[in-house]
Design a protein around this ligand. Sequence first.
Ligand SMILES: *Cc1c(COP(=O)(O)O)cnc(C)c1O
Length: 316
Amino acid sequence: MIALEKIREAADEISDVIHRTPVLTSSRLSEQTGNEVYLKGEHLQKTGSFKIRGASNKVLKAVREGASHVVAASSGNHGQAVAYIAGQAGVQATIVVPVDASPAKVAAIEAYGGQVVRCGLTSAERIPEALRIAEETGGVFVPPYDDPDIIAGQGTAGMEILEQVADCEAVIVPVGGGGLTAGILCAIKQMRPEILVIGAEPETADDTKQSLEAGERIAIGPTQTIADGLRTSIPGELTFPILRSHLDRLVTVSEGEIKEACKLLFQYTKQVVEPSGAVSAAALLSGRTGIRGKRVVAVLSGGNVSADAFAEMLRT
Ligand SMILES: *Cc1c(COP(=O)(O)O)cnc(C)c1O
């Protein structure tokens, strides 16, 4: 576990640069799932996802300690978050992306002032390149989830949930590498251990489910899911032991259930949530969380989806 003190320090460190995101409600979602449903709106966070929490905790600390350059390997929300916070802190960011990264994602990183380097197709190729660039430039590598400062930063979302939803009984969190879930577990299980924390993962990228069943980290092959933020192939070294010891349950959802959740969130709440961010709501809607008659928070972890991709989801 990451100490509560570290999460409180992270909250202080990042409070000026992030939003305290709103908690939304939907009576239709509540009725449909038989619970009192609250939605933690991290799709309305700065840069469009919770990733800015961990990234700013790590980057602002590094800058205070003298860093003038940060490096990350991600074409997605983590890359955007690192580019944004580096710009705010006045330091340079280099973001290593796959050669097939979408032009929209590259443009978002560049719009925040990040320098884009293209390398390979897999994270196994990108991470060594990012580490090499960090080494060569004296920069600091910012991992997406497997780092105590990143986990502490993501944990601030858990603290906010406890402050915003009095008497909350269960929290559902999308799981990729496990940084968000580990952070929320560290906050909630040290402050209110009776609250259930449930992970949600795509069926087609169920590395965490397989790992929890095996009791050790299991690597799965390349994954394909519409929830592109959850395409990790192995849980983190630091995050997995936290999930294994404290996560109450893990639910997997199908591709169809993820799309349907995006659609219902749009219809019921008028919110644009990206597929990864809607996996928590999909789990709740599936009826497989085992949660009924409870005050439950689904974390909507991000909202970065292109208009075309979103329109396509609404049509199908
Ligand atoms: C990164 C990401 C996740 C998964 O977070 P992890 O810390 O890797 O488990 C979930 N949702 C969105 C929108 C993300 O960008």
